[in-house]
Each structure stands twice: as structure tokens, then as C-alpha cells.
Design a protein around this ligand. Structure first.
Ligand code: SF4
Length: 467
């Protein structure tokens, strides 16, 4: 491992004191002022977020949720990006007490996909209609970087019967050094994601008793190394339930500010997993700091207000009802039709070796059908990434709200392709109605013409249309 840099940017005790202090100074008037600031879409300061996190009454939380809804609509419109996780293996040399893959879980059936099995998994995902995946694996000698790089090549090279392929692979693997990130970048990955799990160093040490992951600082500076290695888009996250959620949200904000300050660009995404039951993972059934649904909604909404241009990712850990609700308060990307055990897409009856239990078991088509009912545009778009609108360029484009001009038509195109090639007849019928309605509502003449042209091309058989 290379020498660790710089000074840690999470002042643990100071953040806890700040939260105590905010408790004394919270008021309804201050809440109104902060929400007024948030609606200018310029994000929020640490002080403001410390205060927002103190909101407890239903009325106050309702105000926060409704401001988050406004911000989300203003920046993202009705678009909802879809992806699926692809687990390569479940061997792990770490011992994270909340995860079924941990080394000491001797009851877990271990698996590692061969290149041929990776191709089978990819074909199964393509058959569902997926175009974006998140590739994951444990940290272990069975899955060195060379293995992951080969897996990326296999996935990108795989085609389905329509000639379609996975167009963006985001990667969530253990922290690398700068050279490792350069090699990852050379394989044309999208986002590199790595969750700190908890930013509370004392608790982190307790929950990660052995293995390379027990080094808190190596993990804390992972995104610095990723960005130095040329990765444009990075994804942060914490596992809610491991520490006081208020502390974690402040720390996430500080991490985002640290990246912005050091590299001129904050995180592309933030993930918000909550601990779910997992076989052989003691903390998953005795959650140290449980987060209620009410607090979870508040968390998502506050992140949306504090970092308006950062995507928020929600997984299938959460149940269908809560997920549908959270889409309105800030979530912009979701997994769907997910499995968390290696090989499970090609062999759906095999449920052994999962990382955690899922709350949403619907198929991709069912999730899309429900999104349509709520007026969302299910999107598989990878246009920005493939046009080089990533990192700082993406943020520059996103800030004035222009992203909608690209995302909206591109999202519609990818949705139209899905309807044509993969959707059930019922989903296709209502999806086409939604598209007709969306196009009829486009005010900008050029944008409307462009969108209609792209849709005609898709109907004539062209695929992978984007601007
Ligand atoms: S959370 Fe990741 S590092 Fe920890 S045991 Fe599970 S797979 Fe391994």
C-alpha cells in the first residue's frame, strides 16, 4: 500500500458536538429559512444540514420532503435511471459484522464466476432489458484486480439477440492504489463506488475486526486515489444503521466538500443502503442504530437538498412501497430485478450465497410498470458518459439545469428501446402512451423535433440512439 496522504477530513468529535449544539438552536423559523435557501438549488452548508437533521415533528419533516420533491423535479424531472448489480463472487477476506460474505461465515456457500458464467449472467441481464450494471465482488485473493478487469471485458463484449450490450459498467470493489485505478479507468468503467459504511472511526474499528478493510484511513482516502488515477465519477455511501444517521449525513457532506475542494468535482452519486438481515452477520439482526422509515425519508430528502446535483441511489433492500415514495423525495437511480448471489440471474432458483435479503422482489418489467403509473420515465441512458459529459463537465452541465435537455430525450429513447425489445405487452402499451404524452408536452421546438426524430429512428430499427 502506498503512503497515506493528508489529514483526515472527518473531525468525529466536532461533528457530534455540532449536532448537540444544533439541537439547542433548531426552530421552525430556521427551518423555513434553510428550505428557502435550498430551493435556490445551490446546496446547503454544514450548519444548515446540522439544523435540518434535528427536525422531528411530522409537520417539519413534511416541509423538508416537499422541498426535496421540488428540487428533484427541477433538476431531474421525471427521469429514473435503472440498473442491476452483478455479483462476481462472494469470497471475502474481511469480517464486516453486517455482511453475509464475511470470512468467518462458514455457513455461506462460496462461489466465483468463470468468464463463461459472467457471459451467461450478462445475457440474462440483457434479456431483462438492462443496459447498466454495477459490478461487485468481495475483497479476496480469489478476485484480484486482473480478474475484475477480465470480467469487465467479458461483460462489455457480450451481446444479446438484438445485438445489444451493457453500455455502462459501474464498479464497486475494494479500495485500490492509484495505479490500480488507472488500470480500472482504462477498461472504460463508469462510476467507481465504495461505501465508507460508517464515518465514525471508533465504530468502524469495532465493526471491521480483521482483514484489509479494518484500515479506516485506507478506505477514507479511496476516492482521492480514484480521482488521482483518472476516475471521473465516484460514488459515496454509508450503511445506515451502523452509527447515528445524523453524524453519517454530516460526514457524507464533508466528504463531498473534500472532493470538491481537492479535485474540483464532488461525488457523482451517493448510495443510501440500510442494514438488512443477512445470514451469519450478527449486526444485521441486532442493528446498533436502527433508522426508522420516517428518518430514512428525511435522510434522503436532506441529501437531495444539500447536494442537489448528486445522484441518489436506492437499492432493492427497501420494500416496494417505501421505494415508490422515496422516488419523489430525491432518489434518481434505482436497482431493479436484482439478485445478490453470484450466478443468480442465469439460475434464478439458486438463492444460496446472497449478501443480504431483498425488500423488493419485483421483476424489472414490474418495476417499470409501476414507474410508468407514477409518471416517471424509466431510463437506461448512458449518453453523458459515452459523450464524455462526466466528472466536472457533467457538473457544469448539470448546474444550470441543462442536463434535462439531454437526459430527457435520451431517457425517452432508451425507454422506447426497452418497450420495443423487452417489455411485456401491458407495459409497452402504457409506456407508449406515456411517451406520447411527454413528447406532446415539450415546449422547445428544436428539442421536440430532435426527440421525434430519434423516436422515429428507433421505430425503424435503429438502436442506441442518444445525443
Ligand atoms: S461488506 Fe464487503 S468487505 Fe465486508 S465482508 Fe462483505 S463483501 Fe467483504
Amino acid at each position: 500500500m502506498q503512503t497515506l496522504p493528508e489529514i483526515p477530513f472527518i473531525p468525529r468529535d466536532e461533528l457530534y458536538h455540532r449536532l448537540e449544539d444544533a439541537k439547542k438552536h433548531y426552530s421552525r423559523e430556521k427551518l423555513h429559512d434553510i428550505l428557502h435557501t435550498a430551493l435556490k438549488l445551490k446546496g446547503l452548508s454544514l450548519v444548515d444540514v446540522s439544523l435540518l437533521l434535528q427536525a422531528e415533528t411530522d409537520d417539519d419533516i413534511h416541509l423538508i420532503l416537499s422541498a426535496a420533491h421540488t428540487v428533484k423535479e427541477a433538476i431531474y424531472g421525471k427521469r429514473m435511471v435503472l440498473f442491476a448489480p452483478l455479483y462476481l463472487g462472494n469470497y471475502c477476506s474481511n469480517n464486516c459484522l453486517y455482511c453475509a460474505f464475511r470470512k468467518d461465515n462458514i455457513r455461506l456457500g462460496r462461489a466465483l464466476l468463470t468468464p463463461q458464467q459472467i457471459e451467461e449472467e450478462t445475457k440474462a441481464l440483457l434479456k431483462q432489458g438492462h443496459k447498466r450494471i454495477l459490478m461487485l465482488t468481495g475483497e479476496d485473493e480469489h478476485t484480484p484486480l486482473d480478474y475484475v478487469l477480465e470480467a469487465i471485458r467479458v461483460v462489455y463484449a457480450t451481446r444479446d439477440d438484438h445485438g445489444s450490450s451493457i453500455r455502462r459498467i459501474n464498479v464497486e470493489i475494494a479500495p485500490l492504489d492509484v495505479e490500480g485505478f488507472r488500470r480500472l479507468k482504462a477498461e472504460k468503467i463508469g462510476t467507481y463506488a465504495c461505501f465508507q459504511e460508517t464515518y465514525d472511526e471508533v465504530l468502524y474499528t469495532k465493526y471491521h475486526p480483521s482483514g484489509p478493510k479494518s484500515d479506516y484511513l485506507w478506505r477514507l482516502f479511496v476516492m482521492d486515489r480514484a480521482m488521482k488515477g483518472g476516475i471521473d465519477d465516484v460514488g459515496l455511501g454509508v450503511l445506515f444503521g451502523l452509527a447515528d444517521y445524523r453524524f453519517e449525513v454530516l460526514a457524507l457532506l464533508l466528504h463531498a466538500q473534500h472532493l470538491e475542494h481537492s479535485f474540483g468535482c464532488g461525488p457523482h452519486t451517493i448510495s443510501v443502503p440500510r442494514i438488512e438481515p443477512a445470514d451469519g452477520a450478527p449486526l444485521s439482526t441486532h442493528v446498533p442504530y436502527p433508522v426508522s422509515d420516517k428518518d430514512f425519508k428525511k435522510i434522503v430528502a436532506i441529501i437531495r437538498l444539500a447536494l442537489p446535483y448528486t445522484g441518489i441511489i436506492l437499492s432493492t433492500r427497501e420494500n416496494e412501497t417505501l421505494r415508490q415514495e422515496l422516488f419523489h423525495y430525491g432518489v434518481s437511480q434505482i436497482s431493479a430485478g436484482s439478485r445478490t448471489n453470484p450466478g443468480a440471474y442465469a439460475h434464478p432458483d439458486d438463492t444460496t450465497g446472497s449478501q443480504f435479503s431483498l425488500g423488493d422482489h419485483r421483476s424489472l418489467d414490474e418495476v417499470i410498470s409501476a414507474l410508468i403509473d407514477d409518471g416517471f420515465i424509466p431510463s437506461f441512458c448512458t449518453g453523458c458518459y459515452r459523450k464524455g459529459r462526466v466528472g466536472q463537465d457533467f457538473m457544469d452541465l448539470a448546474r444550470p439545469g441543462l442536463i434535462q435537455k439531454f437526459c430527457m430525450p435520451n431517457g425517452i429513447f432508451s425507454f422506447r428501446e426497452y418497450l420495443e425489445d423487452y417489455a411485456s405487452p401491458q407495459t409497452k402499451e402504457k409506456g407508449l402512451r406515456l411517451i406520447a404524452h411527454l413528447v406532446s408536452e415539450i415546449k422547445d421546438h428544436n428539442l421536440k423535433t430532435k426527440t421525434q426524430k430519434g423516436l422515429t429512428e428507433i421505430m425503424e430499427g435503429k438502436r442506441d440512439v442518444y445525443y
